[in-house]
Each structure stands twice: as C-alpha cells, then as structure tokens.
Design a binder for this molecule. Structure first.
Ligand code: ATP
Ligand code: MG
Length: 342
C-alpha cells in the first residue's frame, strides 16, 4: 500500500535570515525526518513558479542549487528513501496537467484570487504575466499529481489550496475518481500545528518581525552575513530603558527577542535562559553571549554549506526525479484517458 503523501515546496533565497531558519527551515527538516516513517514526503523546488514575476534569469540555475544546498546544510537527509527531493521542471507532467486543468478552470475563478489581485496591483497590467494568473493551477497540478493529502500552507496560500480541492472534485465528478482530494485548510492546520508562533523580531525595530525584504537589513541576521558583522548587529540591537532583564514581549520586545535567540541558538529552553539572565541590571552580558552564539552559529552553518556534498545532492535529485516521473505520469495518463487524449 502506498503511504499518504505530504508535499511542500522548498522556496529559499540567497538571503534567508535566522528567523526563516528557526521558523521555517528547521521545522521543515524535522517534519520531513520525523514523518517519513508513516508518510511519503515530497519536497520540491518550484522552479517553474519562480518567474511568474520578473527575475534575473542568469541567476536562476545557481539559485536553485543554492536553495537545495541550504536545506541540506540545515540537515535535510539525502539518503532517506521516503523523502523525495526534486525540481518541478524535471517532471514535465506538472506542465501537462496544468494545461488540462486550465481548460476546466474559470477565468473569473482565477481573477478572484487574492494573491493575484495584490500582485497585479503592485506590478501594473503590462508586467503581469499569464503565468502569474495561472499560478494556482500549476500549484494544483503540483499537489494532485502525487495524490498529496497534506500540504503545509501559509495564510497567503490557503485560497490556492482550496482551489486545488475544487478542481480535483470538479474533475472527479465529471470523469470518476481521478484525484485524491487534499485535506481542507483546517485539517492542514490541525496536522501541522498552525503557526507555532515563532517570530524573531527585527533587531533595530523589535516591534516588527525580521523580514528578508527589509530595506536596510541592519536589523536582520542573514545566513550569509559575515559572522563578525552579525555579532555587531546583535551588540547594537535596540533594547529599552527598563534596566532589568525580563521576558516581556510587550514591554521589553528587544530584550525578549534576544532571550528568544539565546534559547534557539543554545538549544536550551526559553525558561532556562530566562532563569539564567533574570533580573540582571545591565544588558551587556546578554548581548555579548548572544553575539558570540550568533557568530559561532553562522561560522558553523557557512562551513556546513560549503561542505554540502554536491555529488550526493545531484544523485538524490536524479533518483527522486525518476521516481516522481513515474508517479506523476501514472496520474497524468489516467487524466489523459479520462479527457479522451489516450
Ligand atoms: P518577505 O519579507 O519577503 O516576506 P520573510 O522574511 O517574511 O520575507 P517569507 O518568505 O515570507 O520570509 O517566509 C518564509 C518562511 O519563514 C515562512 O514559513 C515564514 O513563516 C517564516 N518566517 C519569516 N519571517 C520569520 C521570522 N521573523 N521569524 C520566524 N519565522 C519567520
Ligand atoms: Mg513574509
């Protein structure tokens, strides 16, 4: 019997920060590793999705491999047969199924997608591609080809997941059981634990979260930062005038953020870290400890990244892509037969 499928896209850029690392990368690596006994875990690079809005194409190829290496450096196992790591464009069935699904998708249905409306408002009509319009259909194909039940989605993707369910049901009703229907958004949240709430704050303005699109980057620790410069960013983090270390995200957001980082970087519990610093009247010690830990963490991470076994990674991609082509083509053939192409 086939195992149920968990599927997720590995979106990552050169400039991921420690918030992304602790809030997204590590949980995904843990999820893949821990669930792979019971589930088939599909982790794919949505490379066809990556130029729905304009990008520098001379960088895409390097970017894709860099993304994959970041995940490997974060601990994604390359030798687990239940975890498949693949590039979307290496499985042509994604594009083929998209076309077929397109012909059963309403124009208005796509026009109502919030993300499309938001992005078009920003870009203006002339720079809007049909690819951007069509993005949710490709996403539906990504999911339905493998019969994935569980797809972790952020709020911005919920509507797209609902569409994947709709189009699957629509075709199942018309042609008989072609697709596994992915679990509804609520079921996804129950399964993955909705928003574990971890939000690393910006070091300059600790009332907002650390974001890679931040303009100055002064309050952001990027995974590619020079470790010494990153340590300096910690040393000059905004704190407050309370004059005592307490964990209080409302009253002392800067200090609380540093305590949080301290815990994540040291692997100690937040309680233990708070206990250790509680009531200290100067912030210097806390800053120094976190600065050292950040420096050490980045040095280690960057070494791991430089040492990722590229041959092993390529071999993994090759074997996963062969297996995924087989699975995806089985679904595609069913659909092709149903619509009369075969
Ligand atoms: P952008 O500014 O482009 O929105 P971002 O830093 O918010 O970038 P996203 O690409 O939106 O990053 O999110 C990638 C993943 O990282 C998501 O799972 C998101 O929940 C998580 N994440 C983003 N910022 C933080 C943060 N400050 N702390 C913890 N997790 C975060
Ligand atoms: Mg964001």
């Amino acid at each position: 019997m086939n195992k149920p499928v968990i599927l997720t896209g590995l979106r990552a850029n050169n400039d991921l920060h420690i918030g992304n690392y602790f809030g997204a990368l590590l949980p995904m690596v843990d999820m893949a590793t821990n669930r792979s006994d019971e589930f088939q875990v599909n982790l794919f690079v949505p490379d066809l999705h990556s130029f729905t809005t304009p990008i520098d194409h001379s960088e895409l190829q390097a970017q894709i491999m860099h993304n994959l290496k970041i995940y490997a450096a974060a601990g994604l196992p390359l030798d687990n047969a239940s975890i498949h790591i693949y590039r979307q464009s290496y499985v042509p069935a994604h594009s083929e199924l998209t076309w077929i699904l397109d012909c059963f998708t309403g124009f208005g249905e796509m026009q109502r997608m919030t993300q499309f409306k938001d992005k078009t408002a920003k870009l203006g009509d002339d720079r809007n591609s049909v690819g951007l319009f069509n993005y949710p259909v490709l996403m539906a194909a990504d999911i339905l080809l493998y019969g994935a039940s569980y797809v972790p989605v952020g709020d911005d993707q919920s509507q797209h997941l609902e569409f994947a369910r709709d189009i699957a049901e629509r075709l199942n009703n018309k042609f008989g059981e072609l697709f596994v229907i992915p679990k509804p958004v609520k079921g996804q949240h129950e399964f993955f634990g909705k928003d574990q709430g971890l939000r690393i704050k910006d070091l300059v303005d600790p009332t907002k979260k650390m974001s890679k699109s931040d303009e100055t980057g002064k309050g952001v620790i990027f995974l590619g930062d020079d470790p010494e410069i990153a340590a300096k960013k910690i040393m000059s983090a905004t704190t407050d005038n309370e004059g005592a270390v307490h964990l209080d995200f409302n009253k002392q957001p800067g200090i609380s953020n540093l305590l949080q980082l301290h815990a994540l970087l040291s692997g100690e519990t937040l309680e233990a870290v708070v206990e250790h610093h509680n009531g200290q009247t100067s912030y210097g010690d806390l800053k120094k400890e976190v600065a050292e830990q950040v420096q050490e963490f980045l040095t280690e991470f960057q070494t791991r990244l430089a040492n990722v076994d590229e041959q092993a990674l390529l071999k993994k991609l090759e074997s996963s892509e062969a297996a995924m082509n087989e699975q995806a083509n089985t679904t595609l053939l069913k659909v092709q037969k149903a619509v009369g192409l075969r």
